[in-house]
Design a protein around this ligand. Structure first.
Ligand code: NAD
Ligand code: DAU
Length: 328
């Protein structure tokens, strides 16, 4: 297949590109704006064409979509805290950008896979969301992602465009930008810096290894029914505090580094996805959280070349704004 992967220089997009090249022999074109989160290094050693442009740029999108069999759209602003501080780019990329991609896909009748999130359903105290659960997003991030999902669904209903939506739970693994919980805590622990836990730390997330999500997206790309959404949840759920404690053990640090800080406004307490629908297409998670977390910590320990330029760059200013103190 010839695939256009939007946002393919990010954390999950680049893992997906790797799986497609290595396991499927696809031809891949990446369209990526290379925001603070997008990095050429994530595609090192991979034979792909990289077009540096935003998905909201209709002319670039039209060129990039020439001759492709399918589009997989990962391109997004992805950090909830940044969406709370400054939502502008979230609206542009998720609403306008997704619409521009859909228009070009419609013009060419190209199959379209939208990468979405469990956050569109909001928080759930008990049990798990199914694909029929109502959308009830809480943050500007999740609200604009939900808007993109509805736009995608409208292109199926109105124009019969072949669309599939994949809603993933919290991903972790190599190459995740260190604003996110796991890499932030790992790198702070390695530097013997404080670990900022929001609120009481008892919020629960459903952890999914990035390679498991990448393979699930491949299954949905090949076998997903047009017009349908598929939940992809991780095999294990865990309160944040327990994740942080395990990271301290894996890095040989003690709990005195934990610092309880002001909670995130509107913080969703728990996410949980039922994944029976994608399982029925033949997908199953391969990586349990305990093993994947240990492998992920080891990856960050071994790959300082990847994260050192981030920790010494703009990320420092972001950290100061978000946490009210300098990165140690
Ligand atoms: P990321 O922040 O690591 O990567 C996002 C990529 O999109 C970057 O390469 C960035 O440069 C690119 N991008 C941003 N705006 C763009 C624009 N306007 N045009 C083109 N490219 C643009 O994010 P990620 O964690 O890899 O997430 C990828 C997708 O998966 C997102 O759609 C996200 O909502 C979804 N998702 C993420 C998770 C998670 O836990 N990280 C879970 C479920 C779903
Ligand atoms: O659930 C899927 C979503 O997971 C994706 O759609 C998002 O793109 C991705 O960013 C992620 O969102 P979360 O808000 O769940 O991830 P984050 O890593 O920001 O936070 C995970 C949990 O950890 C959350 O409950 C907030 C908490 N947290 C996070 C940070 C950065 C802290 O306690 N301290 C922190 O410093």
């Amino acid at each position: 297949m010839r695939l256009l992967v939007c946002g393919g220089a990010g954390f999950i997009g680049s893992a997906f590109v790797r799986v497609r090249l290595v396991e499927h022999g696809d031809e891949v074109v990446v369209l990526d704006k290379l925001t603070y989160a997008g990095r050429r290094e994530n595609l090192d050693g991979l034979d792909v064409a990289l077009i540096e442009a935003g998905i909201e740029d209709a002319a670039a999108v039209a060129r990039a979509m020439e001759g492709v069999d399918a589009v997989v759209n990962f391109a997004a602003e992805t950090h909830v805290d940044r969406s709370i501080a400054q939502p502008d780019a979230f609206v542009t990329t998720h609403a306008v950008g997704t619409w521009v991609l859909l228009e070009e896909a419609r013009r060419r009748a190209v199959r379209f896979v939208q990468i979405s999130t469990d956050e569109v359903y909001g928080s759930i105290a008990q049990g798990s969301f199914t694909e029929h659960s109502p959308l009830a997003p809480s943050s500007p991030y999740s609200a604009t992602k939900a808007g993109a999902d509805l736009l995608v669904a409208s292109y199926f209903h109105t124009y019969a465009l072949e669309t599939v939506i994949c809603r993933g739970s919290n991903n972790y693994g190599p190459r995740q930008y260190p604003e996110k919980l796991i890499p932030l805590m790992v790198l702070n622990a390695l530097a013997a810096d404080r670990l900022p836990v929001y609120g009481d730390g008892m919020q629960v997330r459903n952890w999914l290894h990035v390679d498991d999500f990448a393979r699930a997206i491949g299954v949905a790309l090949a076998h997903g029914r047009p017009g349908e959404a598929y939940n992809v949840g991780g095999p294990d759920e865990c309160p944040n505090l327990q994740v942080v404690q395990r990271i301290l053990e894996l890095t040989g640090r003690d709990e005195s580094l934990i610092e309880y800080v002001t909670d995130r406004p509107g913080h969703d307490r728990r996410y949980s996805l039922g994944s029976q629908k994608i399982a029925a297409l033949g997908w199953e998670a391969q990586v349990r959280f305990a093993d994947g977390l240990a492998q992920t910590v080891a990856w960050y320990v071994d790959n300082a070349w990847w994260w050192e330029p981030i920790r010494s760059g703009d990320y420092r200013a972001y950290y100061q704004r978000q946490y009210g103190r300098a990165l140690g």
